[in-house]
Each structure stands twice: as structure tokens, then as C-alpha cells.
Design a protein around this ligand. Structure first.
Ligand SMILES: [Zn+2]
Ligand SMILES: [Zn+2]
Length: 176
């Protein structure tokens, strides 16, 4: 994997993971520090370091759901069900800035779906971190439980990484 670092002279220099933490010389003669690997990865958008940032970007670009088939029965469906990832408000202090932003973006991209429905009931004292759309056909939607929602999120690399990073997050289907 190759990464870009930037010199004061505005040149970008290609480095590899092996250069992490070291320094490289720019053609202008200046020495450029190469950040540690986790920072290089984060700047390249690799989900290993920041699943919430990657998710936020995908939600903002309208890339989710990323499958045309029902997550439960695998049949083609235009149906979408929204899943909320929440924490108790007492946990909100732990919410990283980027997740707070992701939460906002998630809600914004959910507006077109939610505008026709009454605001879903939500237990008091909870903060929503993310609202994620998943593909689900109307008949599977009838029997979609919160435990099943978590199972579905676990099947996807990105949401699985998010649940690994923030294990206290509560997975809850948005009720109509
Ligand atoms: Zn330079
Ligand atoms: Zn289905």
C-alpha cells in the first residue's frame, strides 16, 4: 500500500507503509516526516483505523445500502429499513467528534426517507450515533428483530468494525 505525504513546498511524495515513522527527502531538499502507520491509513481512508469516518463518508455520498438484495432472504427489493446505533446519554462523552458528525450526516441522509413518516419513538436518555439504511423486503421487515439487525451489521466489514470498536452501542431498528 502506498500513501502520500506533503512537503512544505506543496509537492506530494509517495511513501510506503515501511516508511511510517521515518523521514523522507523531498526533491526540494527538505526532510519530510512520515506519520505513524495508523495516521497514514486514516488519511487514505482505510477502515481499519476509523470505521465511523468511512461510514460517515459513505452515508454522505448515498452509497448505502450497497446491495440491491434483501439482507434476510436475498431477494431483489427496493425496500429499505433504517437501523440506529445508539448509546445511553451517559456514554455520550465517549462519543468521538467524528462519530458525532457521522450521526448528523446519517440523520441528514435519512431525511428523505423519514420525512413521510412520523418521527420514530425513541427511549429518553439515548443518543443516536448513526442511522444506517439496510436493504430489507416488506415481508422480512415484518419479522425483523433488533438481534437480527445486529447480525446483519456484523456481516458487513465496515459496520462490524464499528461494533468492534464501540461494543456498547445499542442496535435498534427504527420503528415506523
Ligand atoms: Zn519539498
Ligand atoms: Zn426479504
Amino acid at each position: 500500500m502506498q500513501y502520500q505525504v506533503h512537503c512544505e513546498c506543496k509537492r506530494s511524495i509517495t511513501v510506503s507503509g515501511a516508511d511510517a515513522g521515518a523521514s523522507v527527502r523531498c526533491p526540494c531538499g527538505k526532510t519530510v516526516e512520515v506519520p505513524p502507520l495508523h495516521k497514514l491509513r486514516a488519511s487514505a481512508g482505510q477502515i481499519t483505523t476509523s470505521p465511523e469516518l468511512t461510514l460517515e463518508a459513505m452515508l454522505a455520498r448515498g452509497e448505502l445500502p450497497d446491495t440491491p438484495n434483501c439482507e434476510s432472504c436475498s431477494q431483489f427489493t427496493p425496500g429499505i429499513v433504517w437501523i440506529e446505533l445508539m448509546s445511553e446519554s451517559s456514554e455520550a462523552a465517549k462519543m468521538p467528534e467524528e462519530a458525532a458528525l457521522g450521526c448528523l450526516v446519517g440523520i441528514v441522509s435519512g431525511i428523505t426517507d423519514l420525512i413521510l413518516k412520523p418521527e420514530p419513538k425513541r427511549p429518553a436518555g439515548y443518543n443516536v450515533w448513526f442511522r444506517i439504511p439496510i436493504r430489507c423486503c416488506p415481508s422480512c421487515e415484518q419479522k425483523l428483530k433488533n438481534t437480527k439487525c445486529r447480525e446483519i451489521l456484523r456481516r458487513h466489514q465496515l459496520s462490524a468494525a464499528l461494533l468492534d470498536k464501540w461494543p456498547h452501542l445499542i442496535v435498534r431498528r427504527v420503528k415506523k
